[in-house]
Design a protein around this ligand. Structure first.
Ligand code: FCB
Length: 441
């Protein structure tokens, strides 16, 4: 391979990603209620103080710059900013503003998510996503977020993984608000697109210009039985609905979902056309789909076909799918940001290899003309992993969940070497084979 094939351009951004609920601590919201209702995998588990990023943020910015990061993704916690409907908390707003200014002053470009899965507890009772009032509720919140972002040149993400929110919260009922209804899922999806448009209007009104997108969880789909026409049809329909329906709506203004027997919609959303400046891709794994002859007709599996070993959370390590996903978003003709990519590696030994193989796919995608501008590793720190709780470890830094001490894993040296040299060097050690998967999400 020539030198160029291994080199990231000088303006390519290496950064790290986090989300408020998973790291900050001390947040009272819908997810905290969900925990108290005993809905996590282990009913007694609580997020609580998380990893206390709320008080240790300056130390954490230092950890990010130590590995050569120049961008830091956070999310704003709606429940802190608007704890009661219509009451905005000046202290929380000031605290976020100060954090963002300090981040910027340390050479970290803020990447700011307005909504990363969680809501104030009042939201689902008063203005849930399937009701039209949700759009204005989000607009009012986004107006305060816009004030926080003035003068920061932030990259802004309106919604993190809206498809995961919809599938988990509205179709399966596994996460808040715990609804399981295909028709309501589609109403909620339409309102999420409208809410994105409303937030864009608020950001533009305050900031004049904005670099806005969504972070889309992107799966590489494959048929469980390669020869089976129904498995193959599911892959086609599923990839379109799961990976592309949101991006497409925000580029063309047309929201189209066609999952017969599950959920479908066809609606044009005013203002949605050309409402993003970039495509945000979160990539982790491949999913095999199998048709089953009863609702919801889809079985979903992570398989270890090549014997690489599943990751500790039970996901397939499939870097090839990263290239496939990046090639697929080329059709939108927009810059692409990898807003998350990472591995649950509890021993901390496989991560350098994972980074190496996945970054190689980013370079391959660039060579094929996909305009990838940056890569944000999920996550800077081990943190609270939603329904899984405290088992998974995605962090570049290991966190002792008792003392909250942060310790570099071997991936810190590797990430720094690549981020600062901009060369895709090989990791010092080869990947050990995975331990047995301990969990499946
Ligand atoms: C993504 C979420 C993120 C984290 C990673 C592991 O789907 O956006 O918050 O949980 O998975």
């Amino acid at each position: 391979m020539s030198t160029d094939a291994l080199t990231f351009p000088a303006d390519f951004t290496f950064g790290v990603a986090t989300s408020s609920y998973q790291v900050e601590g001390g947040i009272e919201n819908d997810w905290a209620e969900w925990e108290r209702a005993g809905k996590l995998k282990e009913p007694d588990v609580r997020c609580g103080r998380a990893v206390d990023h709320w008080h240790r943020y300056e130390e954490d910015y230092g950890l990010a710059t130590d590995v050569g990061a120049t961008a830091f993704r956070i999310s704003l916690e709606w429940a802190r900013i608007e704890p009661e409907r219509g009451r905005y908390d000046a202290v929380a707003l000031e605290a976020y503003r100060e954090r963002l200014l300090k981040m910027k002053a340390r050479g970290l470009r803020p990447v700011v998510t307005l909504h990363h899965f969680t809501h104030p507890a009042w939201f689902h009772r008063e203005t849930p996503w399937h009701q039209p009032a949700s759009v204005d509720a989000f607009r009012q919140y986004a107006r305060r977020c816009a004030e926080l972002l003035e003068g920061l040149d932030a990259l802004v993400i309106s919604f993190n993984e809206p498809m995961v929110l919809l599938l988990g919260g509205y179709l399966q009922g596994a996460i808040p608000p715990g609804i399981a209804d295909g028709a309501l899922t589609m109403r909620a999806m339409e309102n999420l697109v409208r809410a994105h448009v409303a937030s864009r209007e608020e950001l533009l009104a305050r900031l004049g210009r904005v670099e806005l997108g969504i972070s889309q969880n992107t799966l590489a789909f494959a048929p469980d039985r390669w020869w089976h026409p129904l498995d193959r049809a599911l892959v086609r329909l599923g990839a379109q609905a799961y990976n592309h329906a949101f991006h497409e709506a925000l580029v063309t203004g047309k929201l189209r979902v066609n999952m017969p027997g599950v959920a479908s919609t066809r609606v044009d959303i005013p203002g949605a056309r050309d409402s993003v400046e970039f495509i945000g891709v979160n990539y982790y794994t491949r999913a095999h789909l199998r048709f089953v002859p009863r609702p919801p007709f889809i079985e979903f599996k992570y398989r270890d076909i090549l014997g690489r070993g599943l990751t500790d959370i039970g996901w397939e390590d499939w870097p090839e799918g990263f290239l496939q996903s990046l090639r697929e978003v080329k059709r939108y003709g927009l810059p692409v940001w990898i807003t998350e990519n990472g591995i649950d590696d509890r021993a901390g030994e496989r991560r350098p290899h994972y980074l190496h193989t996945h970054l190689a796919q980013v370079l391959a995608a660039r060579r094929l003309g996909v305009d990838v501008r940056g890569y944000l590793y999920w996550s800077l720190l081990d943190n609270f992993e939603w329904l899984e709780g405290w088992g998974p470890r995605f962090g570049l830094y290991h966190v002792d969940f008792d003392t909250l001490e942060r310790r570099p894993t071997p991936a810190c040296d590797y990430f720094r070497a690549v981020a600062t040299s901009r060369r895709l060097v090989a990791p010092a050690t080869q990947a050990p084979l995975a331990s047995q998967p301990s969990a499946a999400r």
